[in-house]
Design a protein around this ligand. Structure first.
Ligand SMILES: Nc1ncnc2c1ncn2[C@@H]1O[C@H](COP(=O)(O)OP(=O)(O)OP(=O)(O)O)[C@@H](O)[C@H]1O
Length: 300
């Protein structure tokens, strides 16, 4: 079959620069440039950290909330965006689930302030009821993500932590396109094989977007029975570290499965808050070490 340079569509006038379909058209005469990426959002932030996972329920929101709290406690001006639009859990974990976003002039949105240094936005603050489902397609998500970045009165942030829904969908792609100064992504996994497999997809996704992988966190890694003190590897142990080595990305540390951690989240208090005896808790120590290694890696 001979290749022709004629337009493939009979109605085509051959004027590619004026044609709305030019970026999708594979007519050989098409000279239009592919559509550019959307412009970066205007927000004053030094370091954006994305927290993602391949699989649900592995502790992303727990890591995001505690990471943000720990950074704020260290004196950094910190923002936390809960981008789990369909299942926003951050407000519950931080004890601010009854808060609502406010605007005094109808343009600028005031985030919810947890401490002087920590401001939060979440889809949950916009829902009429806690159990109202959000039924949105990609473009609507893109609009709200841009608003969460640009229209919120964040001030000048040192760190912005973004808690993403599980997987590599619209939210992750959009924030990667819109957010400036992305320091990289933290991948949270649990040690069992299915979670590790999914987390390796998340690592590849981040690499494809040409963003740094700050490291893998292995959560729910081993369990110490509070009664007999025996160590039980409910979900296994060490899978996250091995995967980090295989993929050539940093391993940030492991966090045990800990009853106190689940209780803290259910009661709306960040686990990382220093409390009496906290420094003796192996879970607290591992969490604190992970936070410190991230700060060391990213810097001020
Ligand atoms: N190390 C841990 N020990 C005990 N409980 C934990 C630990 N990490 C997380 N949890 C609990 O597990 C549940 C799921 O955690 P979390 O909501 O952070 O996961 P997620 O990955 O954000 O979930 P989703 O996929 O729904 O967004 C929560 O109830 C949380 O308190």
């Amino acid at each position: 079959m001979t290749q022709t340079n004629e337009p493939t569509n009979e109605t085509c006038a051959g004027n590619c620069t004026a044609c709305p379909s030019a970026t999708k058209c594979d007519d050989p005469r098409n000279t239009a440039e592919p559509k550019g990426l959307p412009p970066k959002a205007e927000i004053s932030v030094k370091h954006v950290v994305l927290v993602l996972s391949g699989k649900g329920g592995v502790g992303k929101s727990t890591v995001s909330a505690n990471l943000a709290y720990a950074l704020a406690n260290r004196g950094y001006a910190t923002g936390l965006i809960d981008l789990d639009i369909h299942g926003p859990d951050i407000p519950k974990m931080l004890g601010i689930e009854d808060a609502r976003l406010q605007s005094y002039d109808g343009k600028v949105i005031e985030p919810v302030r947890v401490t002087g240094n920590l401001a939060v936005v979440s889809m949950a603050f916009l829902l009429p009821e806690r159990n109202t489902p959000v039924i949105w397609r990609g473009p609507m998500k893109m609009t709200v993500i841009r608003q969460f970045l640009e229209d919120v009165n964040w001030g000048d942030l040192d760190y912005l932590i973004v808690d993403l829904p599980p997987g590599t969908g619209d939210e992750a792609l959009t924030i990667a396109q819109l957010a400036p100064n992305i320091a990289g992504a933290v991948i949270v996994t649990t040690p069992q094989d299915v979670a590790i497999l999914d987390s390796s997809k998340a690592v590849e996704f981040v690499k494809k977007l040409e963003l740094p992988v700050l490291g893998i966190v292995e959560n729910m890694s081993g369990f110490v029975c509070p009664h007999c003190k025996a160590e039980i590897d409910i979900f296994g142990r060490g899978g996250g570290k091995r995967e980090a080595e295989n993929l050539g990305v940093p391993f940030l540390g492991s966090i045990p499965l800990d009853l106190e951690m689940r209780q803290a989240a259910d009661e709306g208090r960040p686990f990382i808050i220093r409390r009496t005896g906290a420094a003796e808790s192996p879970t607290w120590k591992s969490f604190d070490a992970i936070m410190q290694s991230l700060v060391d890696q990213i810097g001020d």
